[in-house]
Ligand binder design. Structure first.
Ligand SMILES: *Cc1c(COP(=O)(O)O)cnc(C)c1O
Length: 742
């Protein structure tokens, strides 16, 4: 079946705009704008207030802003010139036929693209279908694939209510609530069938019912992201909620949703007439996709499962993100029976043969069905997301490969990165344009590019950093004031937000999901010592927290509450500690762009990679982190064991005694702050410039930026996973083994 593009929403929007502003419509429907600073500012100029009110959604902005205002803009020659220039830039970007990918990996073609499956995508705050690091990584993956011209499409779910929103009550306890995503006002296109009127749809079986699924498309530069939606009137009311919430509900909801993503995802591609050369499963959630690729192959060839298995494996690759066994999705045999009893026949397998595909040990019928196990069995390549995580994964999965030594377990690694243009502040990008060259975004992975930061005068780098810190503080005050008003706090408390935080003080940021392993309150373990650090008269410290605990994670919620209580019990540091509620990509950008130090103190080795610290690097901020995930590869020190591009917290005591390890790490963190970080920050020349600190900022820019972008990461995926054997970047080593049989 094919689909038509008649009366696409961009055309409908364009029809409402003055003729000379029509280009704003198609750009509003392509998230390219969100990593093009001048384009962001062009939308914002239309109406800064509306822009905030619309949650930075340009489609909603253009729908709501008055025609008078638009007409006014058409008479502003400067605005019109800017728009023309950007529309040209957009056209050149979209139409370029020579790209990095077309040069180094011409065998990957748009006719047979890479299909990238993920349960969440963090493209921008105006498309809230993400929860944390996994989703942001997926969003950055699409953006870099687009920039580098890799023929890739995304496949995910369009959640009616996305992930939950967070509010803290008067006692610091997290309350969760959901809001509807107004798809019709978002930069999304509902694909239509041949008639051009009805939504294009396909059917899948879930819980013995037929569910009709429709497909939305979000455009991310040159990459299309297809999002599946079961919220149709002709579905059973329960099935309409299959795509209701991200990571909500129980095991049954979860398996049903993963069937929609995996099996539904493959059917969606079939419906669209897309035949991928590679299915990339980003985390195990989408692994049922493998079963459906097998089913279609069996249907097409009439062969048995065991005869087509290899040809399926040749087309499927897997990335694992979880270093603990409990983090991997498993489903009981009962649950598998109730959802797949009609399915294994179509694979021409018996129940036992079918369940064995997800059992860690072949022939163990009592094992639950593991999504990672299924993926490892039916994918030709598997990788973790940092060097350490690769190692941890090989160890964890030796159980599946009894004949192999741990080192020979076929799981490699590609370290995660971030999309530079998304996370670097426009003010910094402007500096890079001037000192590193206008082409710095295309020369990102070359250390020579970043060596040029030495030419940036210290005063200039510091001045920009300080402006970004002031903006972060303004954002924090605004958000905290809003929260206090919502809680009905009295005037004194609301007024006090005007004194919250101070741009001249050393500012630490800690923001991420509040999973217990991330130890969000480690810094407050010794309440008195922390107090002395924060309230030091000459050299004070301040910190901004943000992040959600999963609705069923009581321990995570308690950690947030302990932070709030600690502040409440120590009135004199009230202005030095802030918690921004309802963490999202907007707050994330402000934080990573404005902090001096980014703190990350997970229990090692539970942070598979972590990416928020990489975002900080692209803004000149410094990492202070446990040597876990990507930081093992990023951190560098001199001959005396002092960090030259950031700091390393604690040491691995190689103990299972959590309390002991927590004590060691918090002691080390206090010491680093007291003896190294604070003194270096406050060591100023007569003009107030901290040259030693800035040397470290430059050290971080020079060493971390070339290594931890998604451009480098995509190059690695192309060379080692998508098209092994290509000469992508010479720097890439074969870190991901290829498997032809299990
Ligand atoms: C980058 C990012 C994350 C990931 O943070 P980690 O510290 O790597 O876990 C989570 N949430 C948001 C909104 C982000 O932007």
């Amino acid at each position: 079946m094919t689909y038509t593009m008649t009366a696409a929403p961009a055309d409908r929007l364009s029809a409402k705009l003055p003729s000379s502003l029509k280009r704003l419509a198609d750009i509003a429907f392509n998230y390219w704008w969100c990593w093009t600073p001048d384009m962001i500012s062009l939308f914002q100029t239309i109406s800064p207030e509306e822009w905030e009110r619309c949650g930075h959604n340009p489609v909603a902005l253009l729908e709501t802003v008055s025609y008078e205002r638009l007409a006014q803009l058409t008479c502003d020659p400067q605005y019109m010139t800017r728009l023309e220039g950007l529309a040209d830039q957009f056209d050149r970007y979209m139409k370029a036929d020579s790209t990095w990918s077309s040069r180094v990996a011409p065998q990957i073609t748009a006719e047979k693209p890479i299909a990238y499956f993920c349960a969440e995508f963090g493209i921008h705050e105006s498309l809230p279908i993400y929860s944390g690091g996994l989703g942001i990584l997926a969003g950055d993956h699409l953006k870099s694939a687009s920039d580098l011209g890799v023929p890739l499409i995304g496949v995910g779910l369009l959640y009616r209510q996305g992930y939950f929103h967070q509010r803290l009550n008067g006692s610091g306890w997290q309350e969760d609530y959901y809001t509807n995503n107004p798809f019709e006002q978002m930069p999304l296109e509902l694909l239509k069938d041949e008639g051009g009127v009805q939504p294009l749809k396909f059917e899948i079986q879930v819980r013995h019912r037929t569910v009709k699924i429709q497909i939305w498309k979000a455009q991310v530069g040159r990459v299309s992201l297809y999002l599946l939606d079961s919220d149709r009137e002709d579905n059973d009311p329960i099935d309409r909620w299959l795509t209701g919430h991200l990571y909500g509900g129980n095991q049954e909801t979860r398996i049903a949703q993963e069937i929609v993503l995996g099996i539904g995802g493959v059917r969606a591609l079939q419906t669209l007439g897309i035949e991928p050369s590679v299915h990339h499963l980003n985390e195990g959630h989408a692994a049922f996709c493998l079963l459906e690729v097998c089913r279609l192959e069996i249907q097409k060839t009439g062969k048995s499962f065991y005869d087509i298995e290899k040809s399926v494996r040749d087309r499927c690759v897997f990335t694992t993100h979880t270093p603990v066994p409990a983090g991997h999705d498993v489903f009981s045999a009962d649950l598998m029976d109730s959802f797949f009893a009609n399915y294994w026949d179509q694979l021409r397998l018996s129940r036992e043969q079918f369940l064995a595909l997800g059992a860690r040990r072949l022939g163990d019928p009592w094992e639950p069905f593991g999504m990672t196990v299924l993926a490892l069995r039916l994918c030709r390549s598997a990788n973790g997301v940092s060097e350490l995580h690769g190692k941890v994964s090989r160890k964890m999965w030796t159980v599946m490969y009894p004949e192999k030594s741990e080192d020979a377990v076929p799981i490699g690694y590609i370290t995660n990165g971030v999309h530079a243009a998304t996370w670097a502040a426009p003010l910094m990008q402007d500096l890079y344009n001037r000192y590193l060259g206008e082409d710095w975004t295309t020369q990102l992975v070359d250390p020579q590019t970043w060596a040029k930061v030495d030419q940036i005068p210290n005063e200039e780098l510091w001045e920009r950093h300080q402006i970004l810190k002031e903006r972060l503080i303004a954002h924090t005050r605004y958000k905290v004031r809003q929260s206090r008003q919502q809680r009905g706090e009295h005037g004194v408390s609301i007024e006090a937000t005007n004194r919250l935080l101070d741009p001249t003080i050393l500012t630490i940021g800690f923001a991420r999901r509040f999973s217990p392993y991330k130890r969000g309150d480690l810094l407050l373990r010794d309440a008195e010592r922390a107090l002395r650090i924060f309230s030091n008269k000459e050299r004070p410290v301040q910190i901004i927290f943000s992040g959600k605990a999963h609705p069923r994670d009581e321990e995570g919620k308690r950690i947030i509450q302990r932070i709030i209580e600690w502040c409440r019990n120590h009135g004199n540091v009230n202005d030095r500690v802030a918690f921004i509620e309802d963490y999202d990509m907007h707050t994330a950008r402000k934080l990573v762009q404005g902090v001096d130090v980014w703190l990350n103190n997970p229990r090692r080795p539970l942070e598979a990679s972590g990416t928020s610290g990489q975002k900080v690097c692209f803004n000149g901020g410094l990492n202070c982190s446990v040597l876990d995930g990507w930081w093992c590869e990023g951190y560098q020190e001199d001959a005396n064991g002092k960090g030259t591009n950031g700091w390393a917290i604690g040491e691995d005591a190689n103990t299972s005694d959590q309390a002991l390890q927590d004590r060691i790490d918090s002691e080390s963190l206090y010491q680093l702050l007291e003896e190294e970080i604070v003194p270096l920050y406050y060591d100023r020349d007569e003009k107030g410039i901290p040259h030693g600190w800035i040397a470290m900022m430059k050290g971080s820019l020079k060493t971390n930026c070339p290594a931890f972008s998604t451009h480098r990461m995509i190059a690695d995926y192309v060379a080692q996973v998508y098209a092994p054997g290509t000469k992508a970047f010479e720097i890439t080593l074969a870190k991901v083994p290829q498997q032809s049989s299990f």
